[in-house]
Design a protein. Structure first.
Length: 110
């Protein structure tokens, strides 16, 4: 009588850490989104909202594209560096530096 282990026989018994890491990276790469291209009217609108938010210390919600994924940050703008094109956003926990080229949307909050 042959005792076959069935499904257990074909399951992976051991995965090396490098293999598990590679599988995770492949899954992550499948979820990445190509960076949208903004026209100059959208960029001008973002600049006006940034200046308005900084002048009157409005809270803003900024949608940012980073390495294939979208992230949203909310807080107040403390500084805009025109030379390095960075926005300094003060959140509840820390100050975040955001590249102006990675901004996808800005909403003013009251």
């Amino acid at each position: 009588m042959i005792r076959d282990r069935g499904k257990i026989k074909w399951q992976g018994a051991f995965f090396m850490p490098e293999h598990v890491k590679m599988l995770g990276e492949i899954r992550r790469d499948d979820l990445k989104i190509v960076k949208p291209i903004l026209d100059e009217y959208q960029i001008e609108e973002f600049e006006q909202k940034l200046l308005l938010a900084m002048e009157f210390t409005y809270k803003v919600k900024i949608k940012v594209w980073e390495e294939g994924f979208f992230f949203e940050y909310s807080g107040t703008i403390t500084r805009i560096d025109e030379f390095s094109k960075l926005i300094y956003l003060e959140t509840e926990e820390k100050i975040i530096k955001i590249k102006f080229g990675d901004v996808m949307n800005i909403e003013l909050m009251n």
